[in-house]
Design a protein around this ligand. Structure first.
Ligand code: HEM
Length: 453
């Protein structure tokens, strides 16, 4: 990355949001295997920000052309499976859950779970998110000084998941669930070199052996939570777990697959949303003017009391800010497919077995696609002038993120609740460039100053 975007520049007052350090020199396959385990950004060529298509080492392709992206995810390439390396990294944790399932198995699960994430259920979920939002706002308002917003945002999204997916059971303590989820997410955020190189899965992976217990424990807790709720039903669905149990009555699946899916939702939805909230606060700390405009919008749409789903519709600027945050800091900064047969798109031949990488981070900052690509300009999302395949924080096509509306709602509720009560400014601590393992996360603590409003 150019010198103008160093971590030092991210100290208070700079107008350049901190950027990832991509590979400026050629990356050989050996470099790839050596470096990717620590930070995938270090092997993604910087040229993916200035070109729309790039051939990587061996059989790797990088695609940043919106038409090719759309054709590969939603058109002719929609049949290509998730890449083997993703499977190696998270397979042990999420088993046959929806994120990795293929073919008929995937179709049945997607069909079964889609209604749970439908727009009509968002108001109920919003009331839980708002309760967490109030807690987070009180924490920031009381903190009056330096706070690690990355850490606090993770606590909040974890609280949300345990509220909407694992709640309401006296035999399973909240603390056990939080602890279980924390060790579980620690495990999946680790990517072993073996995994990237595609070595056999029976080779011991140190971290896996160490944290295997945390996964088996959390699986057992999840089974108990489901069984308890099945035994003590609410009259009307009050949370995600109620909706799930209701859905399973007419469309049954074995309990282990349900456990896989609940853990998939934890794996896919905890750090992703949390880090988006953290980056969103960081961008506002750099722009007190925008922060005040958003605060005014939120206060006028919902002056007091918990934020409701209906009031979010009156916050278009907050929504544009969230989208611009997802453009600059997309939690799913890279995902991939394996080509299963030879396909030609816009003059590029993808051979059977080739790995097709979608470097979402670079696509979202590609200079051929976005004006002032590396700068924070939330107004670009007020008039939504971008083409399909250019902005894909949640992917596209049949495998698009099932939790996209859930996540957007959760992030808006948390930010809305917090900004009404606390104001954020930059601290003297430098903000480290983002790091990419399974998801993209801040490269260290994200310390801002918080002041009550
Ligand atoms: C800011 C938050 C989030 C981001 C940026 C994000 C991003 C993504 C992306 C890019 C994909 C597609 C990956 C691919 O095509 O290979 C995906 C899939 C998925 N996401 Fe999310 N996600 C977020 C939040 C959530 C939440 C909150 C949940 C659930 C509660 C969730 C559940 C899933 C699932 C189950 C899939 C797999 C869908 C399928 O294959 O049919 N995500 N997500």
């Amino acid at each position: 990355m150019g010198k103008s975007n160093t971590a030092m520049e991210a100290r208070g007052g700079s107008s350049h949001p901190v950027a990832a350090q991509l590979a400026v020199d050629d990356v050989s396959l050996i470099d790839f295997a050596k470096k990717a385990g620590k930070n995938i950004f270090s092997v993604i060529p910087d040229a993916t920000r200035t070109q729309k298509y790039l051939k990587g080492p061996a059989n790797i392709h990088y695609v940043c052309d919106p038409e090719m992206v759309t054709e590969l995810l939603a058109g002719v390439g929609r049949r290509f499976p998730k890449s083997q390396f993703t499977r190696n990294v998270i397979g042990a944790a999420v088993g046959n859950g929806m994120i990795l399932a293929e073919g008929e198995q995937w179709r049945a699960q997607r069909h079964r779970y889609a209604p749970l994430f439908a727009a009509r259920n968002l108001p109920v979920l919003t009331s839980h998110f708002a309760a967490t939002g109030e807690e987070l706002a009180s924490f920031f308002a009381r903190a009056e000084g330096e706070v690690d917003v990355a850490d606090s945002a993770q606590e909040a999204t974890l609280a949300n998941i345990s509220r909407v997916m694992f709640s309401g059971s006296e035999t399973v303590s909240k603390q056990d669930i939080r602890q279980g989820m924390r060790s579980f997410t620690d495990y999946i955020s680790y990517m072993s070199l073996f995994d990237l190189m595609g070595l056999p899965s029976w080779l011991p992976r140190l971290k896996w052996l160490r944290s295997k217990k945390s996964i088996t424990d959390l699986r057992q807790l999840t089974r108990e939570v489901i069984a308890n709720r099945q035994a003590q039903r609410h009259a009307e669905p009050e949370d995600f777990l109620d909706l799930l149990i209701e859905a399973l009555e007419s469309d049954q699946e074995d309990v282990e697959t349900t456990v896989d899916n609940l853990l998939t939702f934890v794996a896919a939805g905890y750090e992703t949303s949390a880090n988006t909230v953290a980056w969103a606060l960081y961008l506002l700390a750099m722009r007190p003017d925008v922060q005040q405009v958003l605060r005014d919008e939120i206060k006028s749409a919902c002056p007091t009391g918990p934020i409701t789903f209906e009031t979010l519709l009156k916050m278009p600027r907050l929504k544009a800010h969230v989208l611009e945050t997802l453009r600059l800091y997309p939690a799913g900064a890279l995902f991939a497919r394996d080509a299963t047969d030879q396909t030609e798109i816009k003059g590029v031949t993808f051979k059977k077995g080739d790995v097709i990488m979608f470097p979402v981070y670079s696509l979202h900052r590609n200079e051929l696609l976005w004006a002032q690509a590396s700068q924070y300009k939330p107004d670009r999302f007020l008039d939504q002038k971008y083409q399909r395949g250019q902005f894909i924080p949640f992917g596209d096509g049949p495998r698009i993120c099932i939790g996209a509306q859930y996540a957007e709602t959760e992030i808006m509720v948390l930010l809305g609740s917090v900004l009404r009560r606390a104001s954020f400014s930059m601290s003297d601590h430098p903000v480290a460039p983002p790091n990419l393992t399974f998801t993209m996360r801040p490269g260290g603590p994200l310390i801002l100053k918080s002041t009550p409003v």
